[in-house]
Design a protein around this ligand. Structure first.
Ligand code: NAD
Ligand code: DAU
Length: 337
């Protein structure tokens, strides 16, 4: 059955990959992208999504009037909320917009979901809501029952949104699901996050800034595997449930950086150790048993294959990230209504 789905934040990294994933998997679905085009939103990214079943709407999830009129007009079957301020370092420099978008924006979407009786609201959350794990306990993993314990203004804002989503479910019976995913990588990731920063800098023979000693561990997931999991949750996930998403691909940052250096044929002398991120989470590691057992999800792309695919994409799409580095991407308004 065809569906009409609102994808917020679809001009960003994961949201755009989700739009492409869904267009391929469900060509009959209508997808409406609502994005305010912050520095992280890029309309060049959505060029390939143009079709009769796709609509781009410029606007913020915090704009109640706009959101309500869009819900009234489109009569969505589902909402998938990717829209967020997503970068930990920026949240340390200036937390306020994180609270506005990530918490209050979520509330506006939940209110609209209730008012217009949307059958499903899906919140895209993060493993960062669980805080971190120690390096010397490789036996520990985040499960859905791990207590919320946040470290940065970013993760606190995402955890607050999750609490609000679950409170709306309990109080108003809002039909919600939440996914908490580990670190994504792949095409269209903004060159402020570890992997694209390292690829872009290495190609330009610039220093590769590794925070602290580079020993922090992240659990890397190829972005399409995240998109697949969200699609499966939309189809068969149980209302009111949280699903962790991760593929047991734990890597220390320094090893990721060295893999990139080798793949692009540069020298490790480019590595420079810089001041650590304040409150830097040590290790993330997801236990994905629930989504595997209930929905049959599994990651298809292992890190060694995914990182090579990603590096190849950045090499073949240099215009995409050079436009960001130069700031040119902000002048493009191809989809404005
Ligand atoms: P991103 O920063 O690349 O993209 C965010 C998008 O949201 C941008 O297009 C931006 O313009 C848009 N946006 C920001 N504020 C908005 C607002 N007020 N109204 C409408 N649009 C707005 O982020 P991402 O890495 O693609 O992350 C997407 C979601 O997934 C976020 O909710 C993030 O917390 C979550 N997440 C990310 C990762 C990861 O590794 N990147 C992992 C787990 C969960
Ligand atoms: O775990 C999911 C989270 O992953 C998402 O919720 C966030 O939106 C996403 O940004 C990501 O958060 P991280 O802080 O883990 O990602 P980031 O790419 O910023 O950093 C990854 C690791 O690399 C982290 O330990 C910090 C380190 N780092 C990062 C940058 C940008 C460096 O050492 N040097 C860098 O230049």
């Amino acid at each position: 059955m065809s569906k009409n789905i609102l994808v917020t934040g679809g001009a960003g990294f994961i949201g755009s990959n989700f739009i492409y994933y869904m267009q391929k998997k469900h060509p009959d679905y209508r997808l409406v992208c609502l994005d305010s085009l912050t520095y992280a939103g890029n309309l060049h990214t959505l060029e390939g999504a143009r079709c009769d079943n796709f609509r781009f709407v410029l606007g913020s999830i915090t704009d109640r009037e706009l959101v309500f009129s869009l819900f009234e007009e489109e009569k969505f079957d589902a909402v998938v909320n990717f829209a967020a301020e997503s970068h930990v370092d920026r949240s340390i420099e200036d937390p306020e917009v994180f609270l506005r978008t990530n918490i209050l924006g979520t509330q506006v979407l939940l209110d609209a979901t209730n008012k217009f009786g949307v059958p499903r609201y899906h919140q895209v959350s993060t493993d960062e809501v669980y805080g971190d794990l120690p390096l010397d306990r490789p036996d520990l993993f985040f499960t859905e029952d791990t207590p919320i314990h946040t470290s940065s203004p970013y993760s606190a804002s995402k955890a607050s949104a999750d609490l609000l989503v679950m409170a709306y479910h309990r109080t108003f019976k809002t039909p919600v699901t939440i996914s908490r995913c580990s670190n994504n990588y792949g095409p269209y990731q903004f060159p402020e996050k570890l992997i694209p920063v390292m690829i872009a800098n290495a190609l330009a023979d610039k220093k590769l800034p590794v925070y602290g000693e580079g020993l922090n561990v992240r659990d890397w997931l190829y972005v399409d595997d995240h998109c697949k999991a969200i699609d499966m949750i939309l189809e068969n996930g149980r209302i009111g449930e949280v699903y962790n998403i991760g593929g047991h691909n734990e890597k220390a940052n320094i090893d990721v950086v060295k893999t990139i250096i080798k793949a692009v044929g540069k020298d490790e002398s480019l590595i420079t150790y810089v001041t650590d991120r304040p409150g830097h989470d040590m290790r993330y590691a997801i236990d994905p048993e629930k989504i595997k057992n209930e929905l049959g999800w599994y990651p298809e792309t292992l890190f060694n294959e995914g990182i090579q695919k990603t590096i190849k994409w950045y090499l073949e799409n240099e215009d995409w990230w050079q436009n960001i580095l130069s700031g040119e991407y902000k002048n493009y308004r191809g989809f404005d209504e």
